[in-house]
Design a binder for this molecule. Structure first.
Ligand SMILES: Cc1cc2nc3c(=O)[nH]c(=O)nc-3n(C[C@H](O)[C@H](O)[C@H](O)COP(=O)(O)O)c2cc1C
Length: 250
């Protein structure tokens, strides 16, 4: 399992082969075995294999090719709907329609997603997360018919890999781990931590392609722009509210 974790790479090209149902089932069993809030499992997983639904999802995921290519798309949702309904039936007063429970349910969903990914990779399947889930959550809610109390927080494409990419770099451990208390970064520390990333061949190629003077600007000016961040933040906050997670007043 440790080798599986240490050899992780995201896969974005898939063979046109279905995932055997027994394997998919084991991966799902691993997903739901994850730790979760109070063992209430306040999440749901929606598996999409149908070509028509996949095509609709592909549109919402900014037409990323892997979404139409992968045999399975798994959408992991924060879900207080099921648990609250159970409480109602039991005449118990469910107070989960607030932001705290959006966070709890999102954490549950994300832990399930990561277990799903690690189990899949252990079977030599390939996975890639789709951050576009939160960008177009409103459309995904429509396509997947998610009721109030349910918000998609992340998605994963799954299938047999049709590529063997190199491992991506990571920041050095000492760049991300703090001992006992947080030691804030001085300019020197920041420069050291990002040095290898900035000087890699991959970065040099990216700078040429994007015609930018440094890597940080590729992130801020091209990949994750402030205007987009604000637009999609606003949209997502509206979704969270509409799905009934923002009743925060006493
Ligand atoms: C929350 C999240 C959202 C992501 N969204 C996308 C995405 O929309 N498209 C994509 O190609 N990769 C996506 N990725 C994959 C990352 O780009 C990838 O994990 C990162 O570049 C490191 O590469 P590696 O996973 O191969 O080590 C996402 C990863 C995470 C955790």
């Amino acid at each position: 399992m440790l080798n599986t974790l240490l050899n992780h790479r995201s896969i974005r090209k898939f063979r046109q082969l279905p995932v055997e149902s027994q394997k998919l089932n084991s991966v799902l069993e691993a997903a739901v075995r994850g730790s979760n809030t109070g063992n209430m499992q306040v999440y749901s997983i929606v598996l999409t294999t149908d070509a028509e639904v996949k095509s609709k999802l592909w549109e919402t995921h900014f037409k990323q090719e892997m979404v139409s290519q992968a045999p399975v798309i798994a959408t992991f949702c924060a879900d207080i709907n099921r648990f609250s309904k159970w409480c109602d039936i039991q005449d118990a007063d469910a107070g989960y329609d607030n932001f705290l429970w959006f966070m709890n349910a999102s954490i549950d969903a994300i832990i399930a997603a990561q277990n799903f990914c690690v189990a899949a990779e252990d079977y030599d399947l390939g996975i890639c997360y789709l951050g576009t889930t939160t960008y177009n959550a409103d459309k995904i809610i429509e396509i997947l018919k998610l009721p109030k109390g349910v918000v998609p927080v992340t998605s994963v494409v799954l299938g047999y890999p049709d590529e063997a990419p190199e491992k991506e770099d990571r920041l050095p451990l000492k760049g991300v781990v703090h001992f006992d208390t947080y030691s804030d970064y001085q300019k020197d520390d920041i420069e050291k931590i990002y040095q290898e990333k900035e000087n890699s061949e991959k970065t040099k190629d990216l700078l040429k392609i994007n015609d930018k003077e440094n890597l940080a600007k590729i992130f801020t000016d091209n990949r994750y722009k402030k205007a987009d961040n604000l637009l999609f933040s606003q949209k997502f906050m509206e979704v969270i509210e509409k799905q009934g997670f923002m009743n925060n007043k006493q």
